[in-house]
Design a protein around this ligand. Sequence first.
Ligand SMILES: CC(C)(COP(=O)(O)OP(=O)(O)OC[C@H]1O[C@@H](n2cnc3c(N)ncnc32)[C@H](O)[C@@H]1OP(=O)(O)O)[C@@H](O)C(=O)NCCC(=O)NCCS
Length: 184
Amino acid sequence: MEVRIPSEYDLPIVVRPSRDSDVEPMLAIYRRHIRLGIDEGVSDAETPQADDLRDRRKNLRSRRFPHLVATRDGEVVGYAYVVLFRKRPAYRYTVKHSIYIHHDHVGRGIGQRLMRELIDVCAAAGFRQIIGYIDADNAASLGLHDKFGFARVGFLPGVAFRHGRWADTIMVQRSLATGSKTAP
Ligand SMILES: CC(C)(COP(=O)(O)OP(=O)(O)OC[C@H]1O[C@@H](n2cnc3c(N)ncnc32)[C@H](O)[C@@H]1OP(=O)(O)O)[C@@H](O)C(=O)NCCC(=O)NCCS
């Protein structure tokens, strides 16, 4: 019989809507990823500040756009949210998402938990398509999106400049609920 020794990672991950008090830890996660180069090219002046994020979060929530955090033992270890893909009314059923996991907690299934919940709540909110833009070198994010059935629908060569070179972006898309098979 296999005996499973509990690791300290067995603490449950809770996914819930974000709150105002989550803004600082969310910013810390985002800033760290900028420093590590995922969004390099964003200067300090452009880095979102706590108030911006707080306002953005309120706007999103008041308009029913999912904005979620994952917590472990009360600590925010990741977040995910959507915004409208495009502002024109015809695009109102299509969202664009972002997902970030704390650097100390990547590769432990938290991205999966957040992604599953994000897809479910977006579908329940009536959205029909979800779109993401991923750096072509970001194997972890590409793997996560493959796993959740996102199709690679676009290749945007040389649209980013980081670490002294041009970088490509991959556009991914997934249907939500009945997608485009039924009227909204
Ligand atoms: C990309 C990211 C959100 C993934 O979240 P995560 O919690 O590390 O991923 P999980 O542990 O839940 O893994 C889910 C799946 O993603 C894929 N994946 C995760 N890490 C991977 C890696 N290093 N290489 C390849 N695939 C990977 C696997 O398919 C994995 O499923 P599996 O464990 O059954 O193989 C996270 O690594 C992150 O925040 N990275 C920095 C910010 C970022 O790149 N955000 C996305 C911008 S588009």
